[in-house]
Design a protein around this ligand. Structure first.
Ligand code: HAM
Length: 423
């Protein structure tokens, strides 16, 4: 039997890959405008990194990591997300000492989670994410959210829903934690074993349990928003004011808790509202993580960021029928007849490409007509036709495919004259 692709992964083939490239290019350009710079970190890290940041009671750490021992008996994990690595690198490279603060970083690359594959959920997926480290200004929260929104909107997405919540500061979270324990404790026996062990360690995680979602105590669980202290409330209000000033519509959802442990204050998700979009509608998730840098051994540094997957981005574009033009066409295709003419196009092709044009020729010894068909398939703007007679006469015919107009160029001045055709 032939070998098949692993479950939950996909090949991105030519024709499709151009969409990825456009999204990536667009995201990079927008990051530039917002003054974010790229960071590239390894695809695997010490397992300990994710235990300490994402949290050892989360689904990601407990059930979804690709963890392995290398030949030196080191405990390593394929990264399930990008924040942990970025923060590790921030500390390790002492970026907190950079005169330009806050430090604004973005990344793009594959992440790995052993999840049950379905539409929009993969075991290898590509995240584009940003992290801002070093500012606790609520204007940065609004900036990060607006950056995510503008990446989507600039590609033509309209049916987006932004939901936000506040998870509060340490003090608020502590009060909420106690209320959750009181709420669940009397009937914790009715919950799954994961929830039971989360009760003392991290009761907030019970709220995003997939198994016990329908339990009646879930809907009536105390909401973090009722436990925010004044400082946290004010912070959250300020974020909302900024979002309104930026004319970014949002909804406050007190049940938004996010699946990673490092969050506090602002948490947000962007969902697709498009009809016919699959069951998983979250396109992007993020939030503030003050305290994570210290947890990783760095000085006190606030942080906030988000990540989105390109897979779900493309699914949203499809759901909204946004066309991405993948076949841009080429500048010139050489059609030749006869051995020496064919040979000569090798040189002309090279000249065109060196001058920056996209160009192609026949490599299958096809007949004249079939070469024209190949030019059509590649959506060639010009077809340059060279036969033995033309070669002798130092000429080449160039046909503009849109108008059918033909121009005769001198072979020894080909590039110069091709440029004059108005490309
Ligand atoms: P997350 O919510 O786990 O957050 O993932 C962020 C986004 O990654 C999701 O909204 C979704 O678009 C995409 N995603 C996650 N899992 C899958 C999957 N199995 N298949 C396809 N796409 C997926 C984080 O990862 C945080 N690090 C975000 C963050 C950055 N928070 C602060 N800074």
């Amino acid at each position: 039997m032939s070998i098949r692709i692993p479950r939950g992964t996909q090949d991105i083939l030519p024709g499709e890959v151009e969409k990825w490239q456009q999204i990536e290019k667009n995201a990079r350009e927008i990051c530039e405008r917002y003054q974010y710079r790229e960071i590239r970190t390894p695809i695997f890290e010490h397992t300990e990194l994710f235990l300490r940041s994402v949290g050892d009671t989360t689904d990601i750490v407990q059930k979804e990591m690709y963890t392995f021992k290398d030949r030196g008996d080191r405990d390593l994990t394929l990264r399930p997300e990008g924040t942990a690595s970025t923060v590790r690198s921030f500390v390790e490279n002492k970026m907190f000492g950079d005169p330009n603060q806050p430090v604004k970083l973005y990344y793009m690359g594959p992440m790995f989670r052993y999840e049950r594959p379905q539409a929009g959920r993969f075991r290898q997926f590509v995240q584009f994410g940003v992290e801002t480290l070093g500012s606790a200004d609520p204007a940065i929260d609004a900036e990060v959210i607006s950056l995510a929104m503008s990446i989507y909107r600039s590609m033509g997405l309209k049916k987006l829903k932004l939901i936000i919540n506040s998870l509060g500061d340490k003090e608020s979270r502590k009060a909420h934690r106690e209320a959750l324990i009181q709420h669940f404790e009397p009937r914790i026996g009715e919950f799954c074993s994961d929830c039971q062990s989360r009760l003392e360690k991290n009761p907030m995680r019970i709220l995003d349990c997939k198994k016990d979602r329908e339990h009646e105590l879930m809907a009536s669980a105390p909401s973090i928003i009722d436990y925010l202290n004044d400082e946290s409330k004010q912070y959250f209000e300020k974020v909302q004011t900024y979002l309104s000033e930026l004319e970014i519509p949002f909804e406050v959802d007190p049940n938004l808790v996010r699946g990673l442990d490092y969050y506090n204050h602002t948490a947000f998700e962007i969902m697709s509202d498009a009809e016919g979009f699959g069951a998983i509608t979250t396109l992007c998730g993020g939030g503030r993580y003050n305290g994570l840098v210290e947890e990783m051994g760095g000085p006190e540094t606030p942080g906030i960021g988000f990540a989105l997957s390109i897979e779900r981005f493309i699914a949203a574009l499809e759901a909204e029928s946004v066309e991405i033009n993948v076949n841009q066409g080429i500048d010139c295709y050489f059609v030749s007849l006869g051995e020496s003419a064919k040979d000569y196009t090798v040189k002309l092709l090279h000249q065109l490409r060196t001058a920056g044009y996209t160009a192609e020729r026949d490599y299958l010894d096809r007949k004249f007509k079939a070469q024209f068909k190949a030019a059509d398939r590649l959506n060639a703007k010009y077809v340059a036709i060279l036969g033995e007679d033309e070669l002798q006469a130092n000429k080449i015919n160039v046909k503009a495919m849109a108008t059918g107009e033909q121009t005769e160029l001198a072979l020894d001045r080909f590039i110069e004259q091709f440029k004059e055709l108005g490309n």
